[in-house]
Design a binder for this molecule. Structure first.
Ligand code: NI
Length: 319
C-alpha cells in the first residue's frame, strides 16, 4: 500500500464504521499515482476505482454509532473521579477525620511513604543503651519480620564496639539517635564534661552510620537549658515507660506498655535485655490488634506535621 491507499482506507473506515476492511484498488497506473502529490493526487484518485468489503463492526463501534453521547459520559465520570482523587475527597471510611494520613481510594500514589497509616493510631518504639552484640541483632530480626521501624538511642561507647550493628540499624530503616557517649548524668557533671560526652557520641555515631544522629535522649531524661542547647538536636523523652529494666519480665513489659499506650506515644525500652526482645513481638501484635501502627520518631513527626526543633524536649506527639 502506498500513502494514498492508506488515506483512502482510513476515510473508508471512518465512513463505514467498520474495523476490518479490505480495499481493492484498481489503478490506471499505480506506479504513476503513487508518486503524485497534491492536486495531481486528487486527479489520480478520480481514476481509481475503489470497492470495499465491510466487515462486521465490533461491539464497541456499534455502541459508539448508536449512542454517540456514551463516550462523553464515560469521559465525564472518569474526569470527576480524577478530580475527587486530586482533591483527596476520600469517599470511603466516612466519618474519619484524623490527621493527614488518608490515601484517597483511587490513588495509585501513596503520599508520605510506602506504608499505609490510614485510620491508624501511631506509636514509636524507642530503644536505649545499646547496641548489644547479644540482644540487638535478635531485636532487629523481630522488627524486620514485623515491619516495625523504631528509633535507637545508642550509646557512643557501645556503638564504637558494634559498628556492624549500627550499620544494620541504619540499613533496615530505623532512626538513629544519640544517648550520649558514656551514659553519665549530665546535670551532675561539669558543663565541659557534658559537652565532651555529647559531642563525642555525635562524632562516633556520625562516622559509623554515615549520618549525624537525628535526636538526643539524655541519660535518665536529665537535662537543663544549657545542656539542651549543647545537644543541637531535638530532645526526645517518652510518655510510656515500660520499666523493662526493672521487671525484666516479658508479660509485665507488655501489660505495662498496653496500659499506658496512646496515639502519639513514645515508648521507652532498652535493647540490652533478653526479656525486652521477647516482649516486643507480643507488644506489636497486641497493639496492632488495638489499631496501632509502629513508626520511627521522624515518621511520627512527619505524620503529625510537627517540625521538631533543636534543643526542645518532646515527650509524645499526640494528634
Ligand atoms: Ni539509658
Amino acid at each position: 500500500m502506498n500513502l494514498l491507499d492508506v488515506l483512502f482506507s482510513r476515510e473508508i473506515k471512518r465512513r463505514t464504521g467498520a474495523h476490518a476492511i479490505s480495499i481493492y484498488i484498481d489503478s490506471v497506473d499505480s506506479k504513476k499515482r503513487s508518486r503524485s502529490r497534491g492536486k495531481k493526487a486528487i486527479k489520480a484518485s478520480k481514476n481509481t476505482k475503489i470497492t470495499t468489503k465491510k466487515a462486521k463492526a465490533s461491539l464497541f463501534r456499534r455502541l459508539d454509532i448508536r449512542f454517540p453521547w456514551l463516550k462523553l459520559a464515560v469521559a465525564c465520570i472518569l474526569g470527576l473521579i480524577a478530580i475527587f482523587d486530586l482533591l483527596d475527597l476520600t469517599i470511603s471510611k466516612a466519618g474519619y477525620s484524623g490527621p493527614k494520613l488518608a490515601v484517597a481510594p483511587f490513588s495509585k500514589h501513596v503520599r508520605i511513604s510506602e506504608r499505609d497509616f490510614y485510620g491508624k493510631k501511631l506509636v514509636a518504639l524507642t530503644f536505649d543503651d545499646g547496641p548489644s552484640a547479644e540482644t540487638t541483632p535478635k531485636l532487629l530480626d523481630v522488627l524486620y519480620e514485623k515491619d516495625a521501624p523504631s528509633t535507637f538511642f545508642m550509646l557512643g561507647s557501645r556503638a564504637e564496639n558494634n559498628p556492624d550493628i549500627v550499620k544494620r540499624i541504619k540499613k533496615e530503616g530505623h532512626d538513629i539517635a544519640s544517648h550520649t557517649m558514656y551514659h553519665q548524668n549530665l546535670i551532675r557533671i561539669s558543663r565541659g564534661a557534658a559537652e565532651d560526652d555529647i559531642n563525642q557520641a555525635k562524632d562516633v555515631i556520625t562516622k559509623l552510620a554515615g549520618k549525624a544522629p537525628l535526636f538526643t535522649r539524655p541519660p535518665y531524661g536529665n537535662t537543663n537549658d544549657a545542656i539542651s542547647r549543647m545537644m543541637d538536636t531535638p530532645i526526645i523523652l517518652w510518655s510510656v515507660d515500660t520499666e523493662d529494666w526493672k521487671s525484666k519480665d516479658k508479660d509485665a513489659i507488655v501489660s505495662t506498655a498496653m496500659s499506658e499506650i496512646h496515639d502519639g506515644a513514645i515508648i521507652l525500652m532498652h535493647d540490652i535485655y533478653p526479656s525486652t526482645v521477647e516482649a516486643v513481638p507480643e507488644l506489636i501484635k497486641t497493639a496492632r490488634a488495638d489499631g496501632y501502627e509502629f513508626v520511627t520518631i521522624s515518621e511520627l513527626a512527619d505524620q503529625r506535621d510537627v517540625n521538631l526543633s533543636d534543643g526542645t524536649i518532646y515527650y509524645n506527639l499526640r494528634p
